[in-house]
Write a protein that binds this ligand. Sequence first.
Ligand code: SF4
Length: 514
Amino acid sequence: MSSHHETSENVVIKQADFIESVADALQYISYYHPKDFVDAMSEAYEREQSAAAKDAIAQILINSRMSAEGKRPLCQDTGIVTTFVKIGMGVKWDKTDMTVQQMVDEGVRRAYTNPDNPLRASIVADPAGSRKNTKDNTPSVVHIDMVPGNHVEVAIAAKGGGSENKAKMVMLNPSDDIAAWVEKTLPTMGAGWCPPGMLGIGIGGTAEKAAVLAKEALMESVDIHELMARGAETSEEKLRLDIFERANNLGIGAQGLGGLTTVLDVKIKSAPTHAASKPVVMIPNCAATRHVHFHLDGTGPADLAPPSLSDWPEITREVGSDVRRVNLDTVTQADIEQWKSGETILLSGKMLTGRDAAHKRIQSLIESGEGLPDGVDFTGKFIYYVGPVDPVGNEVVGPAGPTTATRMDKFTDLMLDKTGLMGMIGKAERGPATVESIKKHKAVYLMAVGGAAYLVSKAIKKSRVVAFADLGMEAIYEFDVEDMPVTVAVDSNGVNAHETGPAIWKVNIANAKA
Ligand code: SF4
């Protein structure tokens, strides 16, 4: 404990210091991955043998370094702010007109509207109804604990929606095996959580307690290799190793393309529970794992030291000379039918964007017979599922990585049937009905690397809003791209890399261990 004020009676925490620290922390984590995470990802890169997964990890690491250098978000989804605040019982605040929630939210507001590095506002209010964007990413989720002492400890994270959406909860029987449940459940979570990442597992307490424990577990550093080296001592440590091994044996791999590393660490937090119960919650954290901790002792705002660029590995991606380069302005149906699942392609030319809200509106315009607005013509075009960050300075667009394509499955048959759309670009797997529809329409689904948003944005040379400007980041844009790297995930014959990749690597891993 660095607690020179521990015994002092008069520690006063200034409201302004708290707010400033929250704002600084959120800016910091928008572009700096934690060092332990970069180290673990680099180690995964070194040992990866699956070419597709290795390239995805390379993009994640290059993106990470570029973000640190450029001080721009790691991912276009800059997250929902989740904060654990531990307040010493002896803490006095200089002002009492704001609650802790309000102070955190003020920090969030300042961080997300910072003109030097504006972050994407992703929070919508009235979640069961109008889902209107609150414009400043508030409110955040705040957990408050009163603890002994007279300091304030804060752990703060910006949690991506793609990974949060894959959280799972189960009330197991007391004798059920938790590792077996994880092994069974992880494949059902697909790739929308942008692996490789971490699993936070909360065990015990009550249903809601287990969920909070799982989230808090994700605030810890990656250190599973240290645990492996010294050996498990407690039942929880044994469970961490068991889950880690079983999860990686599944062969899901980076971005679900099949490979050696699916999880970088498994974190567990537990609490005593009812004799009849064994609540378990699993929350994954993604390629954009973002969290930082700070401590206030009354001497001023937290001082977060920037990392050194030497913390990042020097990685260059080589695109083979045989890689297919595609001009989207002239591409034909015959061309796309040549593309094979698993193949890497570099895209140039014009594409349209659209995600949840735009699809919903397109669907109602088509169904009402009104038709699409002027300038929106998908004939022979590709759609990119993305909600970019606003640009700053001379940027064309802010970080603009793919969003989870699976959410657009319910609109895809309509899009392919009625709009002349040729193909789609997103991240993660498509459902069976959508793969069927892609095959039927001889279309293709390409994937970009989720979490490599700043890197992807550098391939975008022009951007303009085409329609639905009122939807903000969910509007339809036209992007003009140059050499944007994508992988064919579902080809025109319906061959699905998210199925074939993990199946092959599961067997490869089992054979290597036999
Ligand atoms: S890395 Fe993937 S899951 Fe995480 S915030 Fe970015 S897009 Fe979402």
